[in-house]
Design a protein around this ligand. Sequence first.
Ligand SMILES: NC(=O)c1ccc[n+]([C@@H]2O[C@H](COP(=O)([O-])OP(=O)(O)OC[C@H]3O[C@@H](n4cnc5c(N)ncnc54)[C@H](O)[C@@H]3O)[C@@H](O)[C@H]2O)c1
Ligand SMILES: O=c1ccn([C@@H]2O[C@H](COP(=O)(O)OP(=O)(O)O[C@H]3OC[C@](O)(CO)[C@H]3O)[C@@H](O)[C@H]2O)c(=O)[nH]1
Length: 387
Amino acid sequence: MASSRVDLDGNPIKPITICMIGAGGFIGSHLCEKLMTETPHTVLALDVYNDKIKHLLEPETNPWHGRINFHRLNIKHDSRLEGLIKMADLTINLAAICTPADYNTRPLDTIYSNFIDALPVVKYCSENNKRLIHFSTCEVYGKTIGSFLPKDSPLRKDPAYYVLKEDESPCIFGSIEKQRWSYACAKQLIERLIYAEGAENGLEFTIVRPFNWIGPRMDFIPGIDGPSEGVPRVLACFSNNLLRKEPLKLVDGGQSQRTFVYIKDAIEAVLLMIENPARANGHIFNVGNPNNEVTVRQLGEMMVKVYSKVSGDPPLENATVDVSSKEFYGEGYDDSDKRIPDMTIINRQLGWNPKTSLWDLLESTLTYQHRTYAEAIKKVIAKPVAS
Ligand SMILES: NC(=O)c1ccc[n+]([C@@H]2O[C@H](COP(=O)([O-])OP(=O)(O)OC[C@H]3O[C@@H](n4cnc5c(N)ncnc54)[C@H](O)[C@@H]3O)[C@@H](O)[C@H]2O)c1
Ligand SMILES: O=c1ccn([C@@H]2O[C@H](COP(=O)(O)OP(=O)(O)O[C@H]3OC[C@](O)(CO)[C@H]3O)[C@@H](O)[C@H]2O)c(=O)[nH]1
């Protein structure tokens, strides 16, 4: 399998050791799976949790046994971090607080997690001449230029006013009271620091800006494998509503637009970055699917139909309900209006294109959600509430 693999320039790919921080999360779990099943690379998997990669760590009969080693640690305060980075050829940093419900309610934790805690990782990579792939976000673009035009302006239809380009688009955030932007701002500053380390000290880096990657194992279902009062990202919120046969909550009418990419397509892009350093170093990459654009309302309506197909239950009547952002997220929430990634750079450097349509990715993801959670939800609902 592994020995005959070549990079995009036809050179044989040598096995490397990867220090993956945040390996136990949604993206980390899929990346570990890909690396174990399709490559010869070794992973030092760092996280505070490992539930989502348990299937890769056990049993010892896994064919990749010994190539993935879990280190339970919090990068905020653990002296093992530098040693682990030194042991690896490449560090991938995924660790972050990255659920919007936290940005305005826990802005300090958000800023510390996305900026302060990432600093030692950048420093150790730079000082030890180690390559870094850092996960940023499409949120660094903030709002589109077009959103400031009058609603009926014909310019709103011109892609120059909304397509997001790594090397051209400005980063447009709301005022400081809109604490939603604490995350985007912290991510932007760490991007600038990494870029400066590259320019002044020769750090070999790649920055990834994911555009709403979704799929199995994303976040948690409140009250099942996460806190009852927790608010995950939209895929898990809507999945939770569907599993409980409750209306899907559309924040401020569900008018914001997003492009969704299937996690398995996106992981292909990350693998290309890992194995083609000469093409990926020094670049910032949008990774998304510009063909999968919907409003959040359309996403909800599509999920209702897909869930009915995969569960066999009739679609909910009155399937959605409007809620204000203040009610749903609290004071200080704000939103990105529209997010379409420009794909020129990733296409040119890595020849990557997403493949999976929104319908197909929702079908496989909601099949997983139904299989994983439907029984547990039934039991919770059936339990009498203590009086
Ligand atoms: N999923 C997306 O569509 C998306 C979009 C934009 C950006 N991103 C970025 O990609 C990265 C991964 O996102 P994800 O969706 O997998 O999120 P996730 O929350 O599932 O994964 C993050 C992981 O980091 C771990 N972590 C956080 N702080 C840590 C610490 N101090 N020490 C050790 N581990 C820590 C968490 O336990 C978690 O397992 C994040 O940096 C996020 O900002 C993701
Ligand atoms: O029940 C719900 C939950 C959310 N919404 C609205 O959906 C839009 C998308 O929300 P979400 O997936 O939670 O997150 P964002 O796309 O806004 O931000 C993420 O993008 C990338 C990342 O950096 C990491 O994943 C993160 O910041 C939004 O408009 C919500 O208001 C809803 O209507 N109902």
